[in-house]
Write a protein that binds this ligand. Structure first.
Ligand SMILES: [Fe+2]
Ligand SMILES: [Fe+2]
Length: 386
């Protein structure tokens, strides 16, 4: 199979461009430019009534709340909450348009396809809780670890640097598909992309901060990248699938791994890193879970959609068990960390198995609360076969 990377299109033959002088001449002949030269301005936007046609509203004065001026505050003041269907336009929600607006096919135009009751506050939280991998981690307090522990942690973090790319690469490609009417989902995913960038950054920095180095990559990412393009992969065939696969299955498990990392971290710096990434990751999972709930409660033809989602969920769970939980680097690195060294791997393995059980339990509980019960259909085995 040809990889995605070799499929980047070549630049087409250059079309002939006018010379700069010809271009200026065209501008000179422009009807609007000619009118402005004669002092005749358009002012259509300026004189328009605030009725939502060419101008949105007028006289709105949003009041800042305790934290400052939030998106919730401006929605409350303007009353511009999202309706069920977005118009096929490139316009901000509530804004006016040109006299003859062009139609835009965004791809995703219905509220149930994107919404979650926590979406707006989650974006506000994402903005207020940004942190710096450079300055907010107390790198100067790094403490030496026994070499086997350092190596296991570097392996674990090597996996994580790659896992973070996966989230950004998959999710960011969806941003242009959402209608600008639902700006919240675009903003939230942009904040998530920044979160994931910082996660890759902090894990990479940790790898080089304490006498270790990068470990072995897992084929995990390339397994997906090799599917000719991410969009052709069934896991990412719709936003419902993508959000479920990434936010609920993948990041749900990663959140459990971060908690494990915080619990097992032997130095304060490592504990701090896992604590910081955990608060970001919890937001991503929270959106995915409440989006699932919203979709179940509002999507048309929900029974059919849920059947599709069950199928997709099974694939995601199988993929994740085989390529991640049973991968030698993940399993063994975690067993060494939990067992406090290579000599304690047997004991560490029991902790790893307990982590897996907990991850599975949390996952099933989370989706059940969202209205998606997979207790009898979940492909995660009750116990890892080790
Ligand atoms: Fe992340
Ligand atoms: Fe994440």
């Amino acid at each position: 199979m040809v990889s995605t990377f070799s499929q980047i299109r070549e630049v087409p033959a250059f079309a002939a461009l006018p010379t700069k002088a010809e271009f200026v001449e065209q501008l000179n002949a422009d009807e609007y430019a000619r009118r402005v030269r004669n002092g005749d301005f358009d002012l259509g936007w300026f004189n328009a009534a605030p009725d939502g046609t060419r101008w949105g509203q007028w006289g709105v004065r949003a009041q800042p709340s305790r934290r400052g001026l939030t998106l919730m505050d401006i929605d409350k003041a303007s009353g511009l909450f999202p309706e069920a269907f977005a118009p096929p336009l490139a316009a901000p929600r509530g804004g006016g348009t040109e006299r003859e607006p062009t139609t835009v096919n965004w791809g995703i135009n219905e509220r149930w396809e994107v919404w979650a009751e926590n979406l707006v506050p989650l974006y506000e939280e994402a903005c207020s809780r940004q942190w710096s991998a450079t300055e907010d981690i107390e790198w100067s307090r790094m403490e030496e670890l026994p070499p086997d522990m350092e190596r296991a942690l570097c392996q674990f973090n090597t996996f994580l640097t790659m896992a973070e790319y996966l989230a950004t690469d998959v999710l960011a490609s969806w941003i242009p598909k959402f209608n600008t009417y639902f700006h919240e989902i675009k903003l939230f995913l942009a904040s998530q992309a920044m979160d994931e960038a910082r996660h890759t950054e902090v894990f990479r920095k940790r790898i080089f901060a304490n006498g270790g180095g990068l470990g072995q990559a897992i084929n995990f990412g390339s397994q997906l990248a090799q599917q000719s393009s991410l969009a052709d992969n069934i896991l990412f065939g719709s936003w419902a699938f993508t959000s479920y696969g990434v936010h609920v299955v993948f990041e749900g498990a990663i959140l459990s791994m971060f908690r494990f990392g915080e619990f097992l971290g032997k130095t304060d710096v490592d504990k701090q890193i896992f604590r910081m990434v955990m608060q970001d990751e919890a937001r991503h999972v929270a959106y995915g879970t409440l989006h699932l709930k919203y979709m179940i409660e509002h999507a048309p033809d929900v029974e059919r959609r849920l059947e599709e989602l069950h199928y997709l969920a099974s694939i995601s769970e199988m993929f994740f068990t085989s390529f991640f939980f049973l991968h030698p680097t993940t399993l063994e690195a975690c067993a060494i960390l939990a067992g406090e060294g290579v000599d304690g791997m047997d004991k560490g393995l029991e902790v790893y198995k307990a982590l897996y059980r907990k991850m599975r339990e949390e996952y099933l509980m989370r989706i059940k609360q969202a209205g998606f019960d997979r207790t009898d259909r979940c492909m995660y085995p009750e116990e890892l076969p080790i």
